[in-house]
Ligand binder design. Structure first.
Ligand code: SAH
Ligand code: SF4
Length: 389
């Protein structure tokens, strides 16, 4: 090949590379494997976004690395904290799509809720992400960047920072098991000691039940698992979770049980059940659910439906939710009703971003407002509009 015919291989973004991918990169460059751990620490433990800041790499090595890779982080276009401490970020990804991430502080833990796709193809009838259709998969870098941004904002940039993010849940936008490779790479980084070091028990992948991918998961990870069940029988689940027509409840529960029983430690499946008024919240449903889960070690998380425009569904009254919970408690299950958090910044985990495109336009207006030096009042009003969308 002549000089002019030479085609450059695209540079990888260091942000989304796992330890083993970085090791391969360094070996390929004729360097030692331990460089991978150094780079991971700079990026993820210290929140650095500049290869030149990695001062335990020689200048020559840094230049060499810059020839092979970039270090691109998303642009944060919105950052708000609700009265109850829930914090939400809106990040602009390359290509102009916006992704939301939410941090939920509780007395004994801090949970970050992350997205795996922009939109979702699975079209569950009660989900606003599903209603907006599928846009695209997030890359591993885009998934882990949600943790990178949140950790930097919450924990600062020193290596010995106090960890406030103790748990991560894939309960934002998208079906993580339909973006398998990128999600597995991101989970790897979440658990990697040189990166975020979060315990395998505290990283939870939530799925609506992509059975072949649940079966494949065990070869790649040992994170925790949540199943979005939402109905105690196939007839009802077919209606609200269309994927059920492909993989029915029995087959799906079996795949989850097999994944968990192959883990080295004992772990329970989390069952997510969105309570929709007069659709799946009758006492008969609770009884049927109790029967269905009899042989599944699990805890049940009830999520009162989060309304959005034109959904055609309603949130049940507290009385109905409590009645449903009490029936399961009486049957001996560990059940909680998820509290709505961050309502004043519209940060309900499990139902992030209503109208993404609309929000992107709003956030663009906000960026413009910042760039042209608008008054504080104008910016606050632009921010308010994003928050209420
Ligand atoms: N696709 C994955 C993960 C993202 S959805 C899954 O379905 O599990 C995360 C959780 O939020 C799921 O349990 C989902 O059913 C729930 N959810 C979606 N829309 C909701 C709504 N409007 N109200 C309450 N929970 C909702
Ligand atoms: Fe997709 Fe999960 Fe929403 Fe269903 S509930 S449409 S799988 S994001």
């Amino acid at each position: 090949m002549t000089e002019s015919e030479h085609v450059d291989t695209p540079k990888s973004n260091l942000l989304g590379m796992t330890r083993s991918q970085l090791e391969t990169l360094f070996l390929d460059m004729g360097e030692k494997k331990f460089r991978a751990a150094q780079v991971l620490k700079w990026i993820h433990a210290r929140g650095v976004n500049d290869i030149d800041a990695m001062t335990d790499l020689s200048k020559v090595l840094r230049e060499k690395l810059k020839g092979r890779a970039t270090l691109d982080v998303p642009e944060v276009t919105y950052d708000a904290t609700a009265k109850d401490g829930t914090r939400k970020w809106l990040m602009l990804m390359p290509g102009g799509s916006a992704v939301e991430t939410v941090f939920i502080p509780e007395a004994n833990r801090g949970t970050l809720c992350v997205s795996s796709q922009i939109g979702c193809a699975l079209d569950c009838s009660f989900c606003s992400t599903g209603k907006q259709g599928f846009n695209r998969d997030l890359s591993a870098a885009e998934i882990i960047s949600q943790l990178w941004v949140a950790a930097k904002a919450l924990e600062g940039t020193s290596e010995r920072r106090e960890r406030r993010i103790t748990n991560v849940v894939f309960m934002g936008m998208g079906e993580p098991l339909l973006n398998f490779d990128h999600v597995m790479a991101a989970i790897d980084l979440m658990m990697e000691d040189n990166a975020y070091g979060i315990s395998k028990r505290r990283v939870t992948l939530s799925t609506s039940g992509v059975v072949p991918a649940i079966r494949a998961m065990g070869d790649h990870t040992d994170c925790s698992l949540a199943l979005s069940l939402h109905a105690p029988n196939d007839a009802l689940r077919d209606e609200i979770v269309p994927l059920n027509k492909k993989y029915g409840i029995a087959e799906t529960l079996q795949a989850c049980n097999d994944y968990l029983s192959n883990l080295a430690d004992k772990r329970q499946l989390t069952i997510e059940y969105t309570l929709i008024n007069e659709v799946n919240d009758e006492l008969t449903h609770a009884r049927e659910l109790a029967e269905l889960l009899r042989n599944t070690p699990c805890k049940i998380n009830l999520i009162p439906f989060n309304p959005f425009p034109n959904s055609g569904y309603e949130r049940p009254s507290n009385n109905r939710s409590h009645r449903f919970r009490d029936e399961l408690l009486a049957a001996g299950y560990n059940v909680t009703i998820r509290k709505t958090r961050g309502e004043d910044i519209d940060a309900a985990c499990g139902q992030l971003v209503g109208r993404v495109e609309d929000r992107t336009r709003r956030s663009e207006r906000y960026i413009k407002a910042v760039q042209i030096g608008s008054t504080a009042a104008e910016m606050a009003s632009a921010r308010g509009r994003i928050g209420r969308a």
